[in-house]
Design a protein around this ligand. Structure first.
Ligand SMILES: Nc1ncnc2c1ncn2[C@@H]1O[C@H](COP(=O)(O)OP(=O)(O)O)[C@@H](O)[C@H]1O
Ligand SMILES: [Mg+2]
Length: 308
């Protein structure tokens, strides 16, 4: 659905995006994750045909974004970062105007307006002036605008920015729902967002793609098997020494010394040391009430991949 090859973009000499390569398949919900200034918005504007690339080639549904931009725009619903709505228009009026602009045939406009108003839960406010709506509603009007010509692909630039937690949850649910029918590329600098909505994450930093994987795999990539949390009845020093001696264990940290002794066991990346740890516990005859893997979070993956 999206095919980006060697894409670069410079703003008067400053390289905002450098030699990006990635693909998005039909039906995927892909999160474009990166700190502020990473190049997310720049890339999305190019994908939507609103900004020409400096170098490289971008195809959407097989059409070139530069030489076939009309075909591309017909298939894309783009929701920009700072949504430029017409604040003194009524919701209905605005959506009708946008549908005409996007060349939805006159005979289909009514049906499309009803469909997007229902999808975005706008029926109750459709006669209101956009400028009087809350930020959450205005965001949904923008989403309805992006959807009005029934595009295959949605490009959403920070769709939940500036919303309160209730509104964020509502927009997130809506995106998941839209993902059943549409291919979606959404950008965000919030990690939990991609964990909850996306099948795949592209991490971008300083104009380069640093990683592309499922949220679960990215998490694994960082810490391999992660660490273990162990709770036993044993002497702290003795336990730390004996567990440190297990093959592939790199470090043992005592977390709490009380009735029960709580430890964290760090293994070499990618190695599961649970069997070795359990063998020692059994051999020593320690009572055991917890032996569990602690997974690295996507947050850690992100920090690790985007730090200098
Ligand atoms: N119109 C512009 N002119 C000059 N520099 C720009 C322009 N737009 C963005 N930039 C710069 O390009 C880099 C990437 O910006 P952007 O794509 O907006 O990142 P993101 O959306 O990930 O925050 C930033 O360093 C930003 O300052
Ligand atoms: Mg941006």
């Amino acid at each position: 659905m999206i095919d980006v090859q060697n894409l670069s973009k410079s703003y008067s000499g400053f390289r905002a995006v450098q030699n990006l390569n990635f693909k998005v398949d039909r039906g995927e919900i892909v999160g474009f994750l990166g700190p502020n200034g990473a190049g997310k918005s720049t890339t999305m504007k190019i994908l939507s045909g609103y900004l020409p690339p400096t170098d490289g080639q971008v195809k959407v549904a097989g059409f070139d974004v530069v030489s076939e931009s009309l075909e591309v725009r017909r298939r894309i619903g783009y929701m920009p970062e700072n949504v430029p709505l017409y604040n003194d228009m009524r919701v209905n009026e605005f959506l009708r105007f946008r549908a005409k602009l996007k060349q939805v045939p006159g005979s289909r406009i009514k049906e499309r307006l009803e469909a997007v108003k229902q999808l975005c839960a706008l029926q109750d406010v459709d006669r209101k002036i956009i400028g009087t709506l809350s930020k959450g509603y205005r965001q949904r009007v923008a989403l309805a605008d992006a959807l009005v010509h029934d595009p295959d692909l949605l490009i959403l630039d920070e769709p939940t920015i500036g919303l309160d937690p209730h509104q964020i949850r509502a927009v997130r649910e809506l995106i998941k729902d839209l993902g059943k029918k549409h291919t979606i590329l959404l950008s965000t600098h919030i990690l939990s967002e991609v964990e909850m909505t996306c099948n795949r994450v592209l991490i971008i930093n300083r104009g380069r793609i640093e990683a592309s994987d499922t949220p679960a795999n990215l998490t694994k990539l960082v810490r391999g098997g992660g660490s273990l949390r162990v709770e036993v009845k044993a002497d702290a020093k003795d336990a730390a020494a004996k567990l440190s001696a297990v093959a592939d264990v790199e470090d043992v940290e005592v977390l709490l010394e009380k009735d029960w002794l709580q430890l964290r066991v760090f293994a070499k990346p990618g190695i599961d040391v649970r069997d070795g740890v359990y063998a020692v516990i059994k051999r020593e005859g320690w009572d055991l009430r917890e032996l569990a893997r602690e997974r690295a979070t996507l947050e850690e993956a992100f920090v690790e991949l985007t730090q200098d």
